[in-house]
Design a protein around this ligand. Structure first.
Ligand code: ADP
Ligand code: MG
Length: 356
């Protein structure tokens, strides 16, 4: 016999390595958990670019003490209970794999206090190793409503992963991830702090408008040349394509004149999920190319596309950076055509101004 079952510990580590590929990716999972828990404030602290410490504190619902024993087991979730729930998914989470995965490749501890007082007026502390709660670690603790999850020594037991990641780049990815979520989550405040620096690296108040969020994260050179883009309330499209709306901010046609402008990749969300969508990216760039000189810098594009939940397959990528959706080609063409209309109005007003 040459085929043997793998040790469960090996299985768990391999699975964890697919889901948690970097500190930024662990952070994404944790931010999504905080948003799913109804948080309006998310504070992140990192040390050594997230490798030594990645801590996320939220003011969400908190976690029930009764749930502690299975919290970091694989496939345990409070968000769905049947496969069919996936076709009407409103939460980011659905697999119950993030905390489990993290606990197999890092040390994970938490302090949590529920918002319903069912665990008394106390916060509770817990520590996990390899998916398992250390029972003696469960202790009452001081704490505010919500959850603080601390992850230390990420990838300590997967040395090849640790070596393959560039420390500095990872910090930028953390900032990028937090920044993008803040852009699409008006109403939630975000902060980022390096543990060894007294000054915050990023402060976004819950009341900060979207444009100011973009200014803080991507810079004024981008934020100064943006226009609002919105498509909504087209009943035939909801019926025919499952397309509900698309909203965001995009570069106007003056942006290309600003030579100091930083480059930025498009920021796309589908039903509030941060995703890569190559076809939409290509179509959007193609539309801008119709109005700009050759070699012009890439425009900045932030769009949140809303589709009927039963038209999306959220379970197509281990890190959830892609989603599948019905009528992709028609929807992408529709959005880019509408963007073209917006830019053409800009273009004619620009010509008008130039001739006036
Ligand atoms: P999923 O998000 O797919 O359910 P996770 O492993 O990310 O899986 O989280 C497991 C469970 O832990 C969640 O279903 C949720 O009940 C709970 N949880 C995780 N993070 C938080 C948080 N910040 N606040 C409240 N509950 C949380
Ligand atoms: Mg989750």
């Amino acid at each position: 016999m040459s085929i043997k079952p793998l040790d469960p510990e090996v299985v768990n580590k391999i699975a964890a390595g697919e889901i948690i590929i970097s500190p930024a990716n662990a952070l994404k999972e944790l931010i999504e958990n905080s948003i799913d828990a109804g948080a309006t404030k998310i504070d992140v602290t990192v040390q050594n670019n997230g490798f030594k410490l990645l801590q996320i504190s939220d003011n969400g619902s908190g976690i029930a003490k009764d749930d502690f024993p299975i919290l970091c087991h694989r496939f345990t979730t409070s968000k769905i209970s049947s496969f069919s729930d996936l076709s009407n998914i409103q939460s980011f989470g659905f697999r119950g794999e993030a905390l489990s995965s993290i606990s197999h490749i890092a040390h994970l501890s938490l302090i949590t206090k529920r918002n319903d007082n069912k665990d008394g007026d106390l916060a509770w502390k817990a520590v996990y190793e390899m998916g398992e709660l250390l029972p003696s670690s469960v202790k009452p603790s001081a704490g505010n409503q919500g959850t603080i999850i601390s992850i230390t020594d990420l990838f300590y037991n997967t040395p090849s992963r640790l070596k393959s990641l560039n420390q500095k780049e990872e910090y930028h990815k953390i900032l990028d991830c937090l920044g993008k979520y803040s852009v699409n989550n008006h109403g939630i405040g975000f902060t980022l702090k390096k543990a060894d620096e007294s000054k915050m690296a990023l402060i976004i108040k819950s009341t900060t408008p979207v444009l100011d969020r973009i200014r803080s994260i991507f810079g004024s050179s981008i934020a100064n040349d943006l226009i609002a883009f919105e498509i909504k309330d087209i009943d035939e499209l909801v019926e025919e394509l499952g397309f509900v709306s698309c909203k965001g901010l995009v570069s106007n046609l003056n942006y290309a004149n600003n030579s100091n402008r930083k480059a930025a990749k498009p920021v796309f969300f589908i039903n509030n999920r941060l995703i890569d969508c190559e076809p939409l990216k290509r179509a959007v760039y193609q539309i801008y190319a119709n109005y700009l000189p050759r070699g012009a810098p890439r425009p900045f594009v932030y769009l949140n596309v809303c589709l009927k939940p039963d038209h999306i397959d959220v379970n197509v990528h281990p890190t959830k950076k892609e989603v599948g959706f019905l009528n992709e080609e028609e929807i992408v063409t529709f959005i880019s055509d509408k963007l073209g209309e917006l830019l053409s109005k800009q273009d004619s007003s620009r010509t008008f101004k130039a001739n006036a």
